[in-house]
Design a protein around this ligand. Structure first.
Ligand SMILES: O=C(O)c1ccccc1NCC(=O)[C@H](O)[C@H](O)COP(=O)(O)O
Length: 213
């Protein structure tokens, strides 16, 4: 089970998080977010993260040039697209060498079938709760909708995952569920994570989802 922790801002908090060895760390490059990193975060802090942590930039309807420029500045190797980005945008970013995560906000079964246009163009899909803020809502969506997903792209589950959800997640019978994304339910303030709560959760979920031989 891949672990992504999203919305990091503070250098010491980021260094502490990296000791938990999450698979991906996300930084928000959407000006409307209280976790907006572009003007607050020293690119050097991101660049010096261990190479085995995928440094992920989160964007909402940003242009190709802006994404590539930001990725270069912060040393990002993945982009997570939370808006109405087209399949063509995903294709271009993948061709430029980035891992691409396209986000969908399922409210109905039709929202799940809309993923089909992005098959083969993304490394992962990410299913998150719909909100006016585009992300970081702290609320879960109806997870039964993902049972309707018939695609072949592996996906991450997101939206309101918090302490105590480990057992429920480990019981999900979804073959392409490849990872989870953690954010506001582990915060003491926007962008500031409670490292101890994350440590407990990550150790527990890794134990529960370890492949049995
Ligand atoms: O977190 C934000 O402020 C945010 C704002 C705009 C677009 C995306 C954003 N977050 C991206 C994420 O990947 C979050 O982890 C995801 O939305 C889940 O957040 P939460 O419901 O707080 O667990």
């Amino acid at each position: 089970m891949l672990i992504k922790v999203c919305g990091m801002l503070e250098p010491e908090n980021i260094r502490q998080l990296s000791t938990l060895k999450p698979d991906l760390i996300g930084f928000i490059f959407f000006p409307g977010s209280p976790r907006y990193a572009a003007s607050k975060l020293d690119p050097g802090v991101v660049k010096e993260l261990p190479a085995d942590i995928t440094k992920t930039g989160v964007f909402v309807n940003a242009g190709y040039e802006e994404i590539v420029k930001t990725a270069g500045l912060f040393g990002l190797n993945a982009v997570q697209l939370h808006g109405a980005e087209s399949p063509e945008m995903c294709r271009s970013l993948k061709a430029a060498g980035f891992k691409v995560i396209k986000v969908f906000h399922p409210k109905t079964q039709e929202d799940i079938t809309a993923c089909a246009a992005y098959e083969g163009l993304c490394d992962f899909f990410l299913f998150d709760t719909a909100s006016k803020a585009h992300g970081g809502s702290g609320r879960k969506f109806d997870w039964s909708l993902i049972g309707k997903y018939k695609g072949s792209t592996p996906f991450l589950l997101s939206g309101g995952i918090g302490p105590g959800d480990e057992e429920m997640i480990s019981r999900l019978q979804l073959p392409l569920l490849t990872g989870i994304d953690l954010n506001s339910r582990f915060e003491t303030a926007p962008g500031l994570k409670d490292i101890e709560h994350l440590r407990i959760f990550i150790e527990h979920i890794r134990k529960l989802t370890k492949t049995q031989v």
